[in-house]
Design a protein around this ligand. Structure first.
Ligand SMILES: [Mg+2]
Length: 268
């Protein structure tokens, strides 16, 4: 992990945009700070593409795609992407409604088993607004659970044949072949016309948790927020760089570095 302070902004002069996770990457202690929101607007106004890549539900993503300065949003760990096209919200799902309904029926059984076997966890408060996955809260609105319980939740998903990933607050489980990276690559190729082979160098990624692992591995310039230290024991594919400040303040550091790189572009 290279400290962000050791990066020369000139080395980022080819970057066209920013992909970012939300929880504990953009947000800090469950809030979006004024500084982090400002940093998003600064990037947007400077001409960078901004794409949010999150485990949060379709309901949140509908709002974010409409109201935040973003070019697209990938939600539920890759189950769909939303974007604005001529002022209208366009929603692209990897699986159709009937398939999603059958996934949910299977997840209902897993939910009952997890709630029975893991005391202290709960179905996440945003579950109602989800299209694909089941989110089990271990830290957001419940007393933080010990790691053994979090790992056990993931195992219960996997034993039932689902994919499961741990964010900083939820364990998300789903059926269907996708993750944050596969849908990001699809979305970016379709919407922004970046040739497939250039994607990994043209966009930076910011994240903080195990569910960000495929992104850390793929993108040349991947940034872990300083709070990723708490999750390093869970992460095999680590980010290239680490910020000095945690969460939203770390995102502001990355944004500042990219804005500094604009000067070197003009000289080039
Ligand atoms: Mg996160």
């Amino acid at each position: 992990l290279i400290n962000i302070e050791r990066i020369n902004p000139d080395s980022l002069s080819g970057i066209r945009g920013v992909l970012t996770d939300i929880d504990d990457t953009l947000s800090t202690g469950g809030c979006l700070t004024a500084d982090a929101y400002r940093a998003m607007w600064d990037l947007h106004e400077a001409g960078f593409l901004l794409v949010v890549v999150t485990g949060r539900p379709a309901g949140w993503c509908d709002h974010i795609a409409r109201f935040w300065p973003v070019d697209a949003i990938i939600g539920e760990n890759g189950g769909f992407y939303f974007h604005h096209d001529g002022g209208k919200l366009v929603r692209y799902f990897l699986y159709n409604e009937q398939e999603r309904r059958s996934f949910r029926t299977r997840l209902d059984e897993i939910r009952d088993r997890i709630l029975q076997e893991i005391p202290g966890c709960a179905v996440a408060s945003d579950q109602t607004y989800r299209e694909y996955d089941l989110a089990i809260d271990f830290c957001e609105d419940v007393e933080p659970l010990p790691w053994e319980s979090v790992i056990r939740i993931r195992k219960l998903f996997e034993q039932a044949g689902a994919t499961a990933r741990i964010s900083s607050i939820h364990v998300n489980g789903w059926f269907g072949e996708f993750n944050k990276l596969t849908t990001t690559r699809l979305c970016v190729r379709r919407l922004f016309n970046i040739p497939e082979e250039q994607v990994k160098d043209a966009l930076v990624f910011c994240g903080d948790s195990q569910n960000d692992e495929p992104m850390f591995e793929y993108f040349t310039h991947s940034f872990g927020m300083a709070n990723i230290e708490n999750f390093l024991h869970l992460i095999q594919d680590r980010p290239t760089y680490i910020t000095t400040q945690p969460a939203g303040s770390g995102f502001c550091e990355v944004a500042g570095l990219l804005l500094d790189s604009i000067g070197s572009r003009k000289q080039a």
